[in-house]
Design a binder for this molecule. Structure first.
Ligand code: AMP
Ligand code: ZN
Length: 114
């Protein structure tokens, strides 16, 4: 999608602090980190939100979570623990309409979130 910032990072049109990528997924350090480890993991293909996940594209979800688990280990937060967050829609707090999962770790995280 031409005006999507995460599509532009995935295509290389604008720089991102890339920590992992393969043919389907890209992971970047969040530009405004909320924890010592704050990585965004997303499909390279434009999918607006979790509302657009169905049987036709559900495989990407398993892949994203596998990448998240691998990154948690690589960043040294797997043992102490971390959180995977997807904000969906306005009330969910989604600000970029290209589905992404936050990997947050490196400090204790409060519950419930605000
Ligand atoms: P959300 O509010 O769940 O949609 O999350 C969007 C996230 O994208 C926020 O945590 C932003 O800090 C982050 N973000 C926005 N622009 C960029 C960028 N160019 N590179 C990395 N992270 C970004
Ligand atoms: Zn996009």
């Amino acid at each position: 999608m031409s005006d999507c910032i995460f599509c532009k990072i995935a295509s290389g049109d604008i720089p991102g602090d890339i920590v992992y990528q393969d043919d389907r997924v890209i992971a970047v350090n969040d530009i405004d980190p909320k924890a010592p480890v704050h990585i965004l993991i997303m499909p390279k293909k434009h999918i607006p939100s979790l509302n657009e996940i169905d049987d036709s594209n559900k495989d990407i979800m398993a892949h994203i979570l596998t990448v998240a688990a691998n990154l948690a280990k690589a960043k040294g937060v797997a043992e102490k623990g971390y959180r995977i967050v997807n904000n969906c829609g306005v009330q969910g707090g989604q600000s970029v309409e290209h589905i992404h999962f936050h990997l947050l770790g490196g400090r204790s995280l409060a519950w419930p979130p605000g």
